[in-house]
Write a protein that binds this ligand. Structure first.
Ligand code: ADP
Length: 416
């Protein structure tokens, strides 16, 4: 077996997974939380330990201590990293700026360049730099590969990537739409292109995969939409930062920038506004809960704020799907992914319900059936006579797997 250790360093957490890219299996994984706080904790999941889960409470002062704790947990609860056939360490890095448009083998210059990008991603890149540095120290015998959340969107057409601002200001400050969640949008859109129902439809219509028009909705705690033509991104909803676009767990998505000045003139500091927009808005701001399951529960008990929050969430989604239909000249496949997209059938039917004019439909039984598989949830009766596949356009649910995508890219690069 050959595996990749995938590390995702957040400001106060370290998520990790040991992945076998060939089978797609996650061998073990877990999370260290509350790094830098008085009490931290680690949860390690492994098929080899009796209970399946090992929890450790300990103070974890920094990312170095976090990774040491992870290595200890592998030693104690298994599987043994020495026997796991690790060929590379894959690091998730949020911002690759204009520099990194591909997965990159890490050396000192790469670490320096990721550090130089900190002004573009002050909330995310510092932890990535720290995570990479400690991992290169503690796992010095392995190749390290950085996989950037922005990379998939590097080829966005200029018309979609450019903000209509003074060109000297944008050039001086590196202001453009970078896009995020790229690893997920790439993984999901390629899975859609390869799905038998999609392949059968394209073949039946005599079309090439290059003409496939997809909209992918990644709806997790963070949320983003992308428009993908023949595997290439042509638009995406997150922009210069992960704040723009859809309504998210704690972020508002699209906003009139005038609100920011109004609040600052009213006495809030720039850092107050930053916290408001990153941590206290979105579903949490409107309904008092950032988890969609809780918002649903509140709405079902008649809570007016939660109901409105769901309406705002859905309205924004429909607006983006409509906009991307215009950008792509139509939609062949609309795909839902991530925590909300994969699990919440009411969000899916809520988005599609009013999009019949685009040919999009929902089959209630298929939509409500639970499954971990990539699947079609639109009405199958549309299929042409004699065809086993539903006709385009399709609505699909495709589970994302960013760790697997990172592991595959890291292994490919490490093996050269
Ligand atoms: P992240 O963006 O942190 O990677 P995920 O993609 O795991 O997050 O999505 C997390 C979110 O998914 C949760 O905050 C919750 O709102 C939502 N979620 C998870 N399971 C369900 C479910 N069964 N029904 C509705 N929402 C769910």
């Amino acid at each position: 077996m050959a595996t990749v250790l995938v590390l995702n360093s957040g400001s106060s957490s370290l998520k990790y997974q040991l992945v076998d890219p060939a089978s797609g299996r996650s061998v073990a994984g877990g999370i260290v939380e509350r790094i830098g706080e008085p009490t931290g904790s680690a949860t390690h999941q492994s098929g080899e330990s009796e209970t399946g889960e090992t929890v450790r409470d300990a103070r974890v002062p920094d990312h170095g201590a976090a990774l040491r704790l992870v290595l200890d947990l592998f030693d104690e609860a298994g599987p043994s990293l020495a026997d796991a056939g690790i060929t590379a360490v894959g690091h998730r890095v949020v911002h690759g700026g204009a520099v990194f448009t591909e997965p990159t083998l890490v050396d000192d210059d790469v670490v320096a360049a990721v550090r130089d990008l900190i002004p573009l991603a002050p909330l995310h890149n510092p932890a990535a730099v720290e995570g990479i540095e400690v991992a290169r120290e503690l796992l010095a015998h392995l190749p390290h590969v950085a996989v950037f959340d922005t990379a998939f969107f590097a080829p966005l057409p200029a018309a979609a990537a450019t903000y209509a601002l003074d060109r000297e200001v944008t050039a001086e400050h590196g202001i453009r739409r970078y896009g995020f969640h790229g690893t997920s949008h790439e993984f999901v859109s390629s899975a859609v292109t390869a799905h038998p129902a999609v392949v059968a439809n394209l073949t039946a219509e005599g079309r090439r995969p290059e003409s496939l028009r997809q909209v992918v909705l990644h709806l997790g705690n963070g949320a983003s939409a992308s428009a993908v033509l023949g595997g290439r991104p042509v638009d995406t909803s997150m922009g210069f930062t992960p704040l723009e676009g859809l309504v998210m767990g704690t972020r508002p998505g699209d906003l009139d920038p005038g609100i920011v000045f109004h609040l600052i003139r009213a006495g809030l500091s720039p850092s107050d506004v930053d916290t408001l927009l990153n941590k206290r808005s979105g579903l949490l701001g409107m309904a008092g809960a950032n988890d969609m399951r809780e918002v649903r529960k509140l709405a079902d008990t008649g809570d007016a704020d939660a109901r409105l929050a769901l309406e705002v969430y859905l309205h924004r989604l429909r607006k983006y799907v409509g906009a991307y239909a215009a950008v792509l000249g139509g939609i062949d496949v609309l795909t839902f992914t991530a925590g909300v997209g994969e699990n919440d059938h009411r969000i899916r039917s809520g988005v599609v319900r009013d999009l019949k004019f685009l040919g999009l439909t929902i089959d209630p039984a298929a939509n409500e059936a639970r499954s971990d598989e990539a699947r079609v949830v639109s009405v199958r009766e549309q299929a042409a006579p004699g065809s086993t596949a539903a006709a385009l356009p399709l609505v699909m649910v495709v589970p994302t797997n960013e760790e697997l995508a990172i592991a595959r890219q890291a292994m490919e690069l490490a093996e050269g």
